[in-house]
Design a protein around this ligand. Sequence first.
Ligand SMILES: C=C(O[C@@H]1C=C(C(=O)O)C=C[C@H]1O)C(=O)O
Length: 373
Amino acid sequence: MTSDHFLDSIQQQLVKKLPFVAYSKPKETLVKAILQSNSEVYVVEDYSEKGFVFAPFDTSKDAVLIPIKNSLSIECKHVITNNSENSQSIIQNTDSSKIHHINLVEKGIEAIRKEQFQKVVLSRCEEVEFLGVNPIDVFQKLLQSYPTAFVYCWYHPEIGLWLGATPETLLEVEGSRFKTMALAGTQKYQGTVEVSWENKEKDEQQFVTDFIVNNLKNSTINLKVSDVETVKAGSLLHLKTNITGALNFESSKLKQVLKALHPTPAVCGLPKEKAKQFILKNENYNREFYTGFLGELNFQEKTTRNTNRRNVENNVYTSVKNVSNLFVNLRCMQILKQNALIYVGGGITKDSNPVAEWQETIAKADIMKKVLQ
Ligand SMILES: C=C(O[C@@H]1C=C(C(=O)O)C=C[C@H]1O)C(=O)O
C-alpha cells in the first residue's frame, strides 16, 4: 500500500470514529495499522487473544484489545513525511506544577528514608494547547523524529486518542523465546553516548534488572543478562540491560509472565505493591494508559525455512510461531478536544534531588512537545 493510501485510511477511520492503531516497531520503516470494523470496546480476558493490546498502569483496570478478527490490517513500507520541521517548544510550565512535583518527589524521598520502599517512579501530567492540529500529522512527525522508538497512534471513540514514541520494551515473545530490558537512569544527550553515570542512576537501573531477573526466575530457563549499556532515546540517554531467555511454558500463560513483570520498577517502584499504593495515593492524577503497555498480542508469524539438504525436493518447512511485541507506554500524550496531556515521570531513590527530578520531567516532556510545533 502507498504511503498516501495508508495515511488516508487511518484518517478516514478517525473521521468515522472507529477504533484503530497505527504503529511502527523500533528501527523498522514498515508501518502497520489495524482498523476495527465496529466501535465495540473489547477487553483482554486472559492474554490468549490475538490483536493489539492497550493496557493501563493500574492492573485492576481493563486492558483494551483491537482484535485481529474484527479488523482490517494494512501496512506500508515507509511513511513519507512532508512536514519535517521540528522546532523547539515555546510552551512554558506554570510555577504551581513545579512546586507540586517537587513536593511530591520530596514526599517520595522521605518515604524511602523511612524504609517504606526503595524506589518509586513519580510522574505528572502536563496540559498543552492542541488546536487545529491533525493527530495523523503528529504521528508522521513522531515516525520521522524517533526511528529507534516504538511509535504509535491509538484511538478508540469511547476511550480516547493517544500518541507516543517509547524507548522501552516490556516483553517480546517468539514461540518460547523472549526478550525484555531494564531501562532506567536519564541524562541529556550532548553529542556522545560515552558518558559517566552517578551512583543514583546506576542503582535505580540495577533495581529494575534485579526485579526482572527475580520475577522471571521461576517461569524461564537460560536467562541471560547483558552488560549495562548507554542508549540514546531522542534527546535523552538511558542505562539499559537486555534480558533474554526461554519461557518454560507455552505462550498461553503469557498472562502470568506479564503479571510478574508489569509494572516494573522502571515505571512503578520496589517493592512493587507498596510503591504502587504510594503512587495511587499521592500523584493526584490518573495515569490511565501512561506507564501501561501496548503492542501486538499473539500474532501468528510464518517462517519458511529450506533445510538445504541435497537431493531432497521441496524440502521447505513452514512453521507458525506465536509472536507478541509489547512496549511500555512512555513518552506519550493523550489528545483531548483542544488540549494534549503529556505524561512524564522519573525514578526516585534515596539520593534523588527534587529539582533535578523536575528538570528531568521537563526534558522528557520536550520529546512530545517537539512534534507539536
Ligand atoms: C517514567 C519514565 O521513564 C522511565 C524512567 C526513567 C528514569 O527515571 O530515569 C528512565 C526511563 C524509563 O524507565 C517517563 O519517561 O515518563
